[in-house]
Design a protein around this ligand. Structure first.
Ligand code: NDP
Length: 266
């Protein structure tokens, strides 16, 4: 996809962080946007800040774990814009808790937000893309989708699940001209650690120092658009340490496992 002008781009998790930055980046390119998250007020703020014409931005508030809403939400988008060119699965929540302390419900919640919501929305959107023989999924995985680390077990599991599911979709979508770009960021400066779940499912509420020192979300968004423009299948965005961890896991897994063991979060 060389040009995003007038392309219909549906972004989940568009009320803050990387999703908000993606909305701004696609808006700059003249795309038409569907903005989804739970907080309507924040979506309205992002819509205003894009300065796009009213009809070119559809606010679609949704808790993505309401799986039965995936189809009706998709029908609303089709009714408004006629089709969907790009689906950005970006809504997500992280974790800050040890396995031994963490309630099973917290794991279920993490899997619902970070994995099953994308399956539900993909299954709603895919038939429309197959009918048009065109579409592109952008999937927000993480370095956590490649490497399992301490206090992130459920988040790691959900992001690893995304990797497998969307590798399959990339293969199954190929005959229909449907593409998948999987994004694996390292530390990006957003509210993700503030919103992360603790052992009992409450918000962690603290800004991690690694997160605070991370890449700005708008820089991350520009790299994502560039990857989609070049039809990249998978990209890594981050500092040297995070990206190196992916290669270490691939080529020297025992070295990586030793590093992870020693890397106790604050
Ligand atoms: P933020 O916490 O800033 O944003 C998370 C977004 O997800 C918000 O817009 C939030 O909106 C939305 N969201 C959360 N739960 C739900 C829900 N149940 N239904 C609908 N929307 C929901 O974090 P980031 O911007 O950093 O995270 C965006 C994505 O990037 C996530 O998938 C994350 O895993 C991934 N990522 C982030 C990294 C980082 O370092 N920041 C690194 C690697 C990956 P609302 O609260 O309004 O519903």
């Amino acid at each position: 996809m060389t040009n995003f002008k007038d392309k219909v781009v549906w972004i989940t998790g568009a009320s803050s962080g990387i999703g908000e930055a993606l909305a701004m980046a696609f808006a700059k390119e003249g795309a038409k946007l569907v903005l989804t998250a739970r907080r309507r007020g924040e979506l309205e703020r992002v819509k205003r800040e894009t300065t796009l014409p009213d009809m070119d931005v559809l606010i679609l508030p949704l808790d993505v774990t309401q799986f039965d809403q995936a189809k009706p939400a998709t029908e609303r988008v089709i009714a408004h814009f006629g089709h969907i060119d790009i689906m950005v699965h970006n809504a997500g929540v992280s974790q800050r808790s040890y396995i031994n302390d963490t309630d099973l419900e917290v794991y279920q919640n993490l899997m619902n937000v970070d994995f099953f919501s994308t399956v539900a929305l993909t299954k709603a959107v895919l038939p429309h893309m197959i009918a048009r023989q065109s579409g592109h999924f952008i999937v927000m995985s993480s370095v956590a989708g490649k490497v399992g680390t301490i206090m992130r077990s459920g988040y790691n599991a959900a992001k690893h699940a995304l990797q497998g599911f969307y590798d399959s979709l990339r293969a199954e979508g190929y005959p229909h001209n449907i593409k998948v770009t999987t994004i694996c960021p390292g530390y990006i400066r957003t509210n993700i650690s503030l919103n992360a779940l603790n052992a009992s499912g409450d918000k962690f509420g603290k800004m991690d120092s690694n997160q605070a020192k991370g890449i700005p979300a708008d820089v991350c968004a520009v790299k994502i658009l560039d990857a989609v423009r070049r039809d990249k299948k998978e990209i890594y965005i981050g500092g040297f340490k995070e990206v190196a961890a992916i290669y270490l896991k691939r080529f020297f897994p025992n070295l990586l496992f030793d590093q992870v063991r020693k890397n106790i979060p604050e």
